[in-house]
Each structure stands twice: as structure tokens, then as C-alpha cells.
Write a protein that binds this ligand. Structure first.
Ligand code: 9W1
Length: 426
């Protein structure tokens, strides 16, 4: 471990060059953040402010961190998950003067030790993915909250927990719900999960998708993203649902819809994306075809009943990385990818940089708004969950389109009048 007290603690500084190449690769795919960096490096809006973050230490997060730094911030960071830190990226960040405390495979004590070292810096704003940093400030260092102007939260779950805390009157400063921006949740869930899930399946199995019966359990945003991409690769997609409107959407979008009881007999590949436990159970495994592949991209590792599968299996062996073969008494083989954990994270690399570009542009804007409002004397001290304005989604989407060389139309003056003048009738 490489540790410089009060400055950084990472696995191995020797990995810095490797990490720098990964960060440069991500930079070339994150044009919105790079544009914000170029624009605000000139005016240094974060000069004199300390931003503390707790978010997966990935090549994409590094682009966010270095953008905040380039715009004047003093940044201190920890990872928000013991298994998501890329040690090479962490080394490159330490090498570039970022106060970073993160390494792959840390235990729970290390995890909180790292967060605490960033809180030591007495931040002006906090940036979270899962709200661990905010909760740690509130539970263990409430005196630090006095100096904190506000924060931001990346995830659905984190925002949910913060709303509950705000409703109880327990939140000590305002927090932007970055998750709730359309350019975050809609793109992240649909296009991020869609592609990374297929990426994970292919890395762990290398099967041909064309011509396969591809079963997606749950046709929410994630399921829909997965279904769209599987269809694009030539699979015949089958969706299972419990919600009538979602099932109807799946049907009208060209998928077959059936119960899991039916689907388990015909499916070649199964992906769960429901958020519910025990979606694929013992009774389903027993009816599956020989060679069926089963994986999860929904809630952690509860959607596939592996306890039941282990009981039904007469033998079990690892075929390749993230791919375990279970042989049942009927002689049929079932392949479980990534032990039923999130296949897009465990067997692939999470969301592509191009998708994180928009999520992190929202993060940047949340902190910019907190500091601008503070300087204008307009920032509330109330413990409330704040929404980013709808116009910001349009601005971020417009910049993204611009970087892709895509222009769109604008209404003519006559059209604006037509749209707003109700006296004109029909
Ligand atoms: N977030 N940069 C694993 C990611 C774990 C992970 C997790 C992402 C990103 C969903 C955030 C092994 C990146 C992250 C690479 C990786 C997430 C959990 C990102 C997708 C969410 C629980 N949640 N995310 N890139 N691990 O892709 O910051 O490779």
C-alpha cells in the first residue's frame, strides 16, 4: 500500500501511468465534462472551496474529479464501494495531487477510514453515490456539517434515503438529487445498463446472440434497455412482467410477453432486471433447456434463487471467469454468470464513459449551483432535497448533441405565437 499521511492512500503508485492512459481514454469519450472543464477553468468558480466526494473510483469519475480540480476546487475523495476502485486510476489521481483514499478489495473498517480522512479536510460541499459520506458526516462528524454548504447524490436509493431523512427533519444541509435529472436516470438506466449488460454476458460467455431466445425479466427502464440491445444483436426477446402497463409496452415494442413459467422452457439466455427477489426459482431451473445461461442486472444478487439451484444441482464447476456450470439430476446444464451479482459490473466495466459524461455533468452543475447560490447569499441552510432545473437537462442534452455534430430545429416566431396563443382556436 502507498500511504502519505493526510494526502493519499492507494494500492500502488507504480500503476499511475497505466491509470493515466485509462483516464485519457475516458476524457476522449466525455465531451460534455471536457467542455465544462474548458469553460470554467478560465473563471475558477471553485477557487477556495473544498469538495469531498465518495463515488466509485473509475476512469470516468477521475474525469469528474480532475474537472472540479481544473476549475479551482481542492478535492478529497474516497470510493463508495469496496470492489469498484480501479487501483491504476487511484494511483494516477494521487500522482496528480488529488487527495485520494481508495483501493480495491478493502474491508468495512478501511472503507469508513477512507471516508473519514476526506471529512478531515472540512469540506464545503459533499458529492455522494449511495449517501455514505453524507450519513457519515451526520452520524459521526455533525460539527463538520456547519461548514458544509450543500451536497449532491447520484443514485435512486441514495435520494430515497435522503428524502426520508429530510422528511424527519434530520438533514443538516441541502442536497441536490442528481439522480432525478432526466439526463441522468433515463440514459444511465436504459443505454448504460442496456449495453453494459450485454457486454458482461458476452465477456463471460462469448455466445452468439443472434437467433437466441433472450428472456428479460422486468420491463422497466433497465429491462427495456437490455431488450432493445438484445434485439439489435438478433435475439428473439421475451419479456416477463407483473405490471400490466409495462407488459403492454413490451408487447407494443415488438417483444413477446409470457410468464416465467412459460419462458423458462424456451429461453436460451435469461436476464433479471426487476429489483425483486426470487424471480428465477427452483421450479424454473427444473424446466430449463440444456445450456441455458442465467444472469442478473437488477438488485444486487437476490433475483436468482441460487440456494435452490445449489440444492438441485448434482455437480458444479467453474467453466471460465464469471461463468459457473450447474448440472441437474435430469442431466441438463445451467450456466450462471457472475454468481447472480450484477453482470454489467462484475463481468464488464459498468456504464460506458459516454453515458457517465451526462450523469457527471449534472454533478458538476449541482456543485456549481451550490457555490454560486452561496456567493449570491441565496443558498438555503435547510435540510432539503433539491432538484436540478429542467432547463439544465436541455442544456446538457444540447451540448451532448453539439459534440456529436448534431443540430436540431428551433421554433419560428410564428410557431411560438401559435403554441402560446390560445385565442387562435383550432
Ligand atoms: N460509476 N463510474 C464496477 C457501479 C457498483 C463498478 C459499481 C460508474 C462508473 C452502476 C455506477 C468492475 C465501475 C463501477 C466499474 C466497475 C455502480 C455499484 C458506473 C454503473 C453504478 C453497486 N454500482 N456505474 N463508470 N461498480 O458505471 O462511476 O467495473
Amino acid at each position: 500500500m502507498d500511504h502519505k499521511e493526510g494526502v493519499y492512500k492507494v494500492r500502488d503508485l507504480g500503476l499511475a501511468d497505466e491509470g493515466r492512459l485509462l483516464i485519457e481514454w475516458a476524457e476522449s469519450r466525455m465531451p460534455v465534462l471536457m467542455k465544462l472543464r474548458e469553460e470554467y477553468a478560465k473563471t475558477q468558480p471553485f477557487k477556495g472551496y473544498k469538495i469531498t466526494g465518495c463515488l466509485h473510483v473509475t476512469k470516468e469519475t477521475a474525469v469528474l474529479i480532475e474537472t472540479l480540480q481544473a476549475c479551482g476546487a481542492e478535492v478529497a475523495w474516497s470510493g463508495c464501494n469496496p470492489l469498484s476502485t480501479n487501483d491504476a486510476v487511484a494511483a494516477a489521481l494521487a500522482d496528480n495531487g488529488i487527495q485520494i483514499y481508495a483501493w480495491y478489495g478493502q474491508n468495512v473498517d478501511d472503507f469508513y477510514w477512507c471516508i473519514d480522512r476526506t471529512i478531515d479536510k472540512t469540506p464545503h460541499t459533499t458529492l455522494d453515490d449511495g449517501a455514505d459520506l453524507i450519513f457519515r458526516v451526520h452520524s459521526t462528524f455533525p460539527e463538520k456539517a456547519e461548514g458544509i454548504l450543500g451536497g449532491s447524490e447520484e443514485t435512486t436509493t441514495g435520494v430515497h434515503r435522503l428524502r426520508a431523512m429530510a422528511d424527519d427533519g434530520k438533514m443538516l444541509y441541502p442536497v441536490y438529487a442528481v439522480n432525478d435529472a432526466e439526463t441522468k436516470w433515463d440514459f444511465d438506466n436504459v443505454y448504460g445498463t442496456g449495453q453494459s449488460t450485454l457486454d458482461g454476458i458476452l465477456r463471460a460467455s462469448s455466445v452468439l446472440l443472434a437467433g437466441k431466445n433472450f428472456v428479460v425479466a422486468g420491463y422497466g427502464h433497465c429491462g427495456r434497455g437490455v431488450a432493445m440491445r438484445a434485439k439489435g444483436m438478433g435475439s428473439n426477446v421475451i419479456a416477463t412482467e407483473i405490471k400490466p402497463t409495462a407488459a403492454l409496452k413490451a408487447t407494443l415494442e415488438g417483444n413477446r410477453v409470457m410468464t416465467m413459467d412459460e419462458a423458462c422452457e424456451v429461453g436460451d439466455i435469461f436476464v433479471t432486471a426487476t429489483g425483486m427477489k426470487d424471480v428465477i426459482r427452483g421450479e424454473h431451473f427444473l424446466k430449463m433447456k440444456d445450456g441455458a445461461i442465467v444472469c442478473n442486472t437488477g438488485h444486487y444478487d437476490v433475483e436468482i434463487d441460487l440456494v435452490a439451484l445449489n440444492e438441485l444441482a448434482v455437480s458444479k464447476r467453474t467453466i471460465r471467469t464469471d461463468n459457473v456450470e450447474y448440472t441437474l439430476e435430469n442431466g441438463r446444464r445451467i450456466y450462471v454468470l457472475a454468481d447472480g451479482r450484477l453482470v454489467n459490473l462484475a463481468a464488464a466495466e459498468g456504464h460506458p464513459s459516454e453515458v457517465m459524461d451526462m450523469s457527471f455533468a449534472n454533478q458538476f452543475q449541482a456543485h456549481l449551483r451550490l457555490i454560486q447560490a452561496h456567493e449570491a447569499g441565496e443558498l438555503t441552510r435547510d435540510g432539503v432535497v433539491l432538484d436540478l432545473p429542467e432547463e439544465l437537462d436541455q442544456e446538457i442534452a444540447r451540448i451532448k448533441l453539439g459534440t456529436m455534430g448534431i443540430e436540431i430545429d428551433a421554433l419560428t416566431d410564428e410557431q411560438v405565437t401559435y403554441a402560446t396563443d390560445y385565442s387562435a382556436g383550432t
